[in-house]
Design a protein around this ligand. Structure first.
Ligand code: AMP
Length: 395
């Protein structure tokens, strides 16, 4: 997806409001991981270097429309200064006179950080009056918070009706990479689906079934598909109300010539806390066990399917990767994706759990792109128009 970007003349000497996602993991009074802050560095540097006066706006936690001091963005000023190497002035509101005054007083090269926008209940109601108040002190708006772009809030959507609006670098990169593996994928196109539930991935399957060459299904969702084909699945995850969907998907894939590959074997155990595991073939899952990872035959099958891939989209871990005993399948497929990438494939990892797994196992730099948005990347791949992105789309 191509988006409307800013250039020098759009921002020089202008007051620019930038929507960032500073909803960072925070405990014991400290930011535990500043990756989300660092992600916006390129957009902010470009704006400041172009001579703009920049104010940053974000949500932080779930204050539900009330002022919650423990969720004040004032607590992360030091981390923002460190991430961007710039002086950051904090203002304890995101609308009104205080913001106007702080902007007027802002020195060249400094940044302004506004208070948590979700302290106002109007934010998540996408209230047009509130969007107008947010926009009042500014000349233009830059949307850089892809991970919040599936929400129709005042600071992600309504504001775009108030100010001339542009996409920042994060949004542009997401549109380019997610677009490459969901709108116009090079073939062979391999879609890897895993994670807990079939129901979360139904719309992705619906949108991409036509385009995929091969779909690899692992994780908890695979067992609903296996059961739909008559395999025993023991105590593995199963969504009985999705069996018909699974059957219809397998049928449709056959008609269209799309290969769907299901696990040939699983790493099974009594439960996620078990210390003993056994590899069992898909036609031999004992009644008392649950499948918690794909087995070695499946790893081989999936890795082979990935060797010739030209584009790869991966959403959902292939086992309970949080536990060492059930992480091998996700690691091995990560390795196969890394190899395919080294051989020239474009590989994109959906955000959320899959992104955590990829980072945890050291594949982040070996794939083409790891999305910054969990829910947002899923909705993008479902073919939905994201409220914080679609208004900036160039046709
Ligand atoms: P999702 O948010 O749908 O991508 O699901 C991610 C979660 O699915 C992770 O926390 C995994 O532990 C879990 N998961 C993956 N494979 C399985 C499985 N075979 N059985 C149960 N949970 C699984």
């Amino acid at each position: 997806m191509k988006l409307k970007t800013f250039d020098f003349k759009d921002v020089e000497n202008k007051k620019i409001l930038v929507r960032v996602d500073f909803n960072v993991p925070f405990s014991d009074g400290k930011v535990q991981d500043d990756a989300r802050i660092r992600a916006h560095a390129s957009t902010i540097e470009k704006l400041v270097n172009a001579g703009a006066k920049v104010a940053l706006i974000s949500h932080f936690g779930r204050p539900k429309g009330k002022v919650v001091p423990g969720l004040s963005l004032g607590q992360i000023v030091g981390d923002v200064e460190k991430a961007y190497g710039r002086k950051v002035r904090f203002v304890g509101d995101c609308v009104g006179e205080k913001v106007q005054k702080a902007l007027d007083d802002l020195a060249k090269g400094e940044l302004l950080l506004l208070e948590n926008v979700r302290f106002y209940e109007e934010e998540q109601k996408n209230d047009p009056g509130f969007a107008a108040r947010l926009g009042k002190p500014f000349d233009a708006f830059v949307m850089d918070a892809f991970s919040a772009s599936h929400r129709a809030d005042a600071s992600t959507n309504g504001i775009m009706s108030v100010l001339p609006s542009f996409a920042g670098d994060v949004l542009v990169k997401e549109g380019e990479m997610l677009g490459a593996v969901s709108e116009s994928p090079l073939e062979p196109y391999v879609l890897i689906l895993g994670g807990g539930k079939v129901s979360d991935k139904i719309d992705v399957v619906g949108n991409l079934l036509d385009k995929a060459t091969t779909i690899l299904i692992g994780g908890g969702m695979a067992y609903t598909f296996l059961k739909a084909q008559g395999y025993p699945i023991g105590k593995s995850l199963c969504e009985s109300d999705r069996l018909d969907f699974a059957r219809a998907t397998l049928e449709k894939a056959k008609e269209k010539g799309v290969k769907i590959l299901l696990p040939l074997d699983s790493v099974a155990a009594d439960g996620v806390e078990a210390t003993e595991t056994a590899v069992v073939d898909s036609d031999a899952m004992p009644e008392s066990k649950m499948g918690l990872d794909i087995g070695p035959k499946t790893v081989k099958l999936f890795a082979e399917a990935l060797t010739s891939a030209k584009s790869i989209l991966w959403n959902g871990p292939l086992g309970v990767f949080e536990k060492k005993l059930f992480a091998a399948g996700t690691i091995a497929v990560g390795d196969a994706v890394a190899k395919a990438t080294a051989a020239g494939a474009i590989s994109v990892i959906g955000g959320g759990d899959t992104a955590s797994a990829i980072r945890q196992f050291g594949f982040e730099d070996k794939v083409s792109y790891v999305s910054t948005g969990g829910g947002a990347s899923l909705e993008y791949c479902e073919g939905k128009k994201l409220p914080g992105m679609a208004p900036l789309e160039l046709k």
